[in-house]
Design a protein around this ligand. Structure first.
Ligand code: FAD
Ligand code: NAD
Length: 468
């Protein structure tokens, strides 16, 4: 029987990163994955394919609706969905092949099949393609089995017309009409893809704000800006059912007045969150305890109640984000190797890859109010930025929240062009506990979108913004 220092179950961004860091630290490592390709949700049916389609649909939208303003005329423009999907599949393959290369480079044994506990130190691997079952012995285990789309118990999803994000990333036509249940991150990204390609898109959201977990200013601006691309938003609507008759899906919801409303479409995407996934892992055989809502219970070291067994990523508490899973993978590998790593969960940024993009890190204004903390605000709108005027990206803002007394930056929230990358400046500043004035006094190249961060910090520092 093969023996390992560490066995990782699941090859998503949590699992494969944990495996690489374990190998770097000299630990003999195995990685178990039930699917043929590595990379988990993120690379196969999440972050990467969604961003590929967001980029393709943005090109089409710009060619269709923006190029003319720049003095570029195009005729006979049309969408070739099979080609767009083939390109997306190629992007996914290049990324998942990259993980295979990284596993070989780091001498990690990849075992394909369903991994399950026999006991605390033995794992069984049953190949899903009918190959031979094997067992390994291991000193430590990292469970990184991820998540799956949450289902609404009163909606039966046929995965053809009433679908999850996985199918929504693989539609081979431009739907005439596309309904999205849930105005969260997946809802807005998918709504953007199909609205840009020409579908009539309706987003039905239960709360009275889009992306309700982010700073309230983001949801408001996203509603205003994305409405311009034709997306219809029904906020404060509780979906009560969805049924399919032929190629027509009918969604019923209760509006804020308590009346029943109906929306019809070609497709209905259910995007109401994701749930931790542990089916088939046989956690009971190792005596692993769970917490509420199907998550694995872990302590401050991400260790379960069983010494030597850890859990990371979507299957444990916290935001369901690829970069959060990656940080936790590194954290656990270093913990197993005897180091004392640290994760600052407050500074894990959240990004929505619509256009304009939305991003936030640190405390939201709502959280600061609730905590009764004295804070000040600096705002800078992109319409006052020379770079944004040149590109025509005038929507959005940078909002900086700083402690009223010490000026330490407590939160940064943005909507705007390329701010998925700009949020890294806020993370860096906050990791070094910078004050708003610290950032305001740093030179930012001109003209750049990043100048909006400097200006918002100036605005938070005695209202000293220069270009506003
Ligand atoms: P996963 O990536 O879910 O990987 C778990 C792996 O474990 C899977 O490959 C699964 O097959 C395997 N597995 C499960 N059980 C077993 C078993 N018993 N034996 C063997 N293998 C098993 N996050 C971002 O940060 N940025 C984004 O832009 C982003 N976009 C997204 C877009 C969509 C449409 C979706 C659905 C998600 C997106 N996410 C994004 C979220 C991100 O994909 C997840 O947070 C991330 O993949 C979690 O990583 P993980 O390693 O915990 O689990
Ligand atoms: P989410 O939690 O972001 O949004 C779900 C939305 O559905 C919420 O706004 C909720 O109020 C709404 N909702 C719930 N029940 C409803 C009902 N009956 N009727 C109407 N609305 C209802 O979840 P998601 O968008 O499904 O995304 C799942 C996870 O994947 C998230 O945790 C997210 O972090 C991750 N993800 C991240 C990215 C990214 O980082 N760019 C992209 C996609 C997904």
């Amino acid at each position: 029987m093969n023996q390992y220092d560490v066995t990782v179950i699941g090859s998503g961004p949590g699992g494969y990163v944990a495996a690489i860091r374990c190998a770097q630290l000299g630990l003999k490592t195995a990685l178990i994955e039930k699917y043929d390709t590595l990379g988990g949700t993120c690379l196969n049916v999440g972050c990467i394919p969604s961003k590929a389609l967001l980029d393709s649909s943005e090109h089409y939208h710009n060619a269709h609706s923006v190029f003319q303003e720049h003095g570029i005329d195009l005729n006979d423009l049309r969408v070739n969905m099979p080609q767009m999907n083939d390109r997306k599949n190629g992007v996914v393959k290049a990324n998942t092949d990259g993980i295979v290369y990284l596993m070989k480079k780091n001498k990690i044994d990849v075992l394909h099949g369903l991994g399950s506990f026999v006991d605390k130190t033995h794992i069984k691997i049953v190949p899903t393609n009918g190959g031979e079952e094997q067992q390994i012995e291991t000193k430590n285990v990292i469970i990184a089995t991820g998540s799956k789309p949450t289902v609404l118990p009163f909606i039966s999803q046929d995965k053809e017309r009433i679908i999850t994000s996985t199918e929504a990333l693989n539609i081979r036509e431009v739907p005439k009409s596309f309904i999205v249940i849930g105005g969260g991150v997946i809802g807005l990204e998918m709504a953007s893809i199909y609205a840009r390609l020409g579908s009539e898109v309706t987003v039905i959201e239960y709360t009275d704000s889009l992306v309700p977990t982010m700073d309230g200013s983001i949801g408001k601006e996203m509603k205003r800006v994305l409405s311009k691309t034709g997306i219809k938003f029904m906020l404060g609507h509780k979906v009560t059912g969805a049924t399919r008759a032929g190629d027509v899906v009918t969604v019923t919801a209760t509006n804020p007045k308590g009346e029943e409303v109906k929306v019809e479409g070609d497709y209905c995407l259910v995007a109401v969150g994701r749930s931790p996934f542990t089916a088939g892992v046989n956690l009971e055989a190792a005596g692993i305890e769970m917490e509420e809502r199907g998550r694995i219970k872990v302590d401050a070291h991400l260790q379960t109640n069983v010494p030597g067994i850890y859990a990371i990523g979507d299957v444990v508490r916290g935001a369901m984000l690829a970069h959060k899973a990656e940080e936790e993978g590194v954290f656990v590998a270093e913990t197993i190797a005897g180091q004392k790593p640290h994760i600052n969960y407050l500074l894990i940024p959240g990004v929505v890859y619509t256009w304009p993009e939305a991003a936030g890190v640190g405390y939201t204004e709502e959280q600061l109010k609730e905590e009764g903390r004295a804070y000040k605000t600096g705002n800078f709108p992109f319409r006052a930025s020379g770079r944004a005027r040149a590109s025509g990206d005038l929507d959005g803002f940078v909002k900086v929240l700083a402690d009223k007394t010490t000026d330490e930056i407590l939160g940064v929230h943005m909507v705007g062009p390329r701010i998925a990358d700009l949020i890294a400046e806020a993370v860096t500043a906050m990791e070094f506990r910078a004050s708003a004035e610290d950032v305001a006094r740093m030179s930012h190249a001109h003209p750049t979108y990043a100048e909006a961060m400097k200006e918002a910090c100036l605005a938070a520092t005695e209202n000293r913004a220069i270009h506003m």
